[in-house]
Design a protein around this ligand. Structure first.
Ligand SMILES: [Zn+2]
Length: 266
C-alpha cells in the first residue's frame, strides 16, 4: 500500500517516522489514514472542531464554541490548515464564519469605544456610536478581504494536506480561516489604538501585511509541508491580487483619526 517506502513521512499526530511502514496506520499512536491519502503521501489528522460538536439550535453553545474556535485559530493557524476535520456537519463552517465575525465586531467595538472616548473626550454613547457605525466597518472590510486573499493562497494540497483539494474542503477551511485572518489584520489598529489612541490610525494600514506574515509564518507555511511542490498557480496570482486590493482598501477606508464624525452628534 505504501507508495514510496524510502521517502520520509511523519505521523501528523505524534510525528513518528512512518518510513517503511506497509499498513496505512501509525504503529505508535494508532492513527489510521485513508488509502488514497497514504498513497499520495500527504498525511493529515482530521479532528472535529468545537462547533462540529454543538447543537446549532442552541445559540449560547454556538457562541461559546465559536469564541473558543476563533481563539484557537488565532493562536494556532496550522490547526485550521492541517487538523480540522473535513467531513464535519455542513452547518458548522457557516456558523464558524458568522460567530467569528460577530466576536470580532464585539471585541473591536469595545476597544475602539474606549479608545475614542479617551482620544476625543466624548461621552461613552458617542464613542460607541462612532465605533459601531464608522470605525469597525472600515476596519473589518479590508480585514475580511485579506482573509479571503490568504485563503486562496493556502488552499493547496501541500499546505492543507488534502489531495486533491475540492470546493467543500475550501469552504470548510474558509469558516475558520477567514475570521482568524481578519482578526490578525485588524489587531495592529485596535490594540495600538486601545493604548495609544493617536498611534492606532498610523499603524492600521500595515494590518494586511502583518496578517500575511503572521498567518503564513513569513512564507514558511507555503514552502513547508509534505507532498509535491507546485509552481506559481493561477490561484496564487488571484490571491496576491486580492491581498493588494485589501491593502489599498485599508489605506482608503481606515479612519485617520478616532474623532467621531460630525453626523454622530446629529
Ligand atoms: Zn502517530
Amino acid at each position: 500500500m505504501a507508495a514510496d517506502l524510502s521517502t520520509e513521512r511523519r505521523c501528523p499526530r505524534c510525528t513518528y517516522d512512518l518510513r517503511g511502514q506497509l499498513d496505512p496506520r501509525c504503529p505508535e499512536c494508532g492513527l489510521t489514514f485513508p488509502p488514497a491519502q497514504w498513497q499520495a503521501g500527504i498525511l493529515r489528522e482530521h479532528r472535529p472542531t468545537r462547533l462540529d460538536r454543538v447543537d446549532p439550535w442552541q445559540p449560547h453553545q454556538v457562541l461559546w464554541a465559536g469564541l473558543c474556535d476563533l481563539l484557537h485559530a488565532l493562536a494556532a493557524p496550522h490547526w485550521v490548515l492541517r487538523q480540522i476535520a473535513h467531513d464535519g456537519p455542513p452547518h458548522a463552517a457557516p456558523l464558524a464564519l458568522l460567530s467569528g465575525l460577530l466576536w470580532l465586531v464585539v471585541a473591536c467595538t469595545g476597544l475602539l469605544t474606549w479608545a475614542t472616548c479617551r482620544a476625543a473626550e466624548v461621552s461613552p454613547y458617542a464613542g460607541l456610536t462612532a465605533a459601531l457605525r464608522y470605525h469597525v466597518p472600515r476596519l473589518l472590510a479590508p480585514g475580511v478581504l485579506t482573509g479571503v486573499g490568504l485563503l486562496v493562497l493556502v488552499a493547496r494540497p501541500r499546505v492543507s494536506r488534502v489531495s486533491p483539494i475540492r470546493a467543500r474542503h475550501v469552504l470548510r477551511l474558509a469558516g475558520w480561516w477567514v475570521p482568524a485572518a481578519a482578526g490578525v489584520t485588524v489587531a495592529p489598529f485596535v490594540l495600538v489604538a486601545a493604548f495609544w489612541p493617536d498611534l492606532g490610525p498610523a499603524v492600521g494600514g500595515a494590518g494586511p501585511a502583518v496578517a500575511a506574515v503572521v498567518s503564513l509564518r513569513g512564507g514558511w507555511v507555503l514552502r513547508g509541508g509534505e507532498g509535491p511542490r507546485t509552481g506559481v498557480r493561477r490561484a496564487d496570482v488571484l490571491g496576491g491580487l486580492i491581498l493588494l486590493v485589501a491593502a489599498a482598501l485599508a489605506q482608503i477606508l481606515l479612519p485617520r483619526t478616532l474623532e467621531p464624525p460630525l453626523p454622530t452628534y446629529l
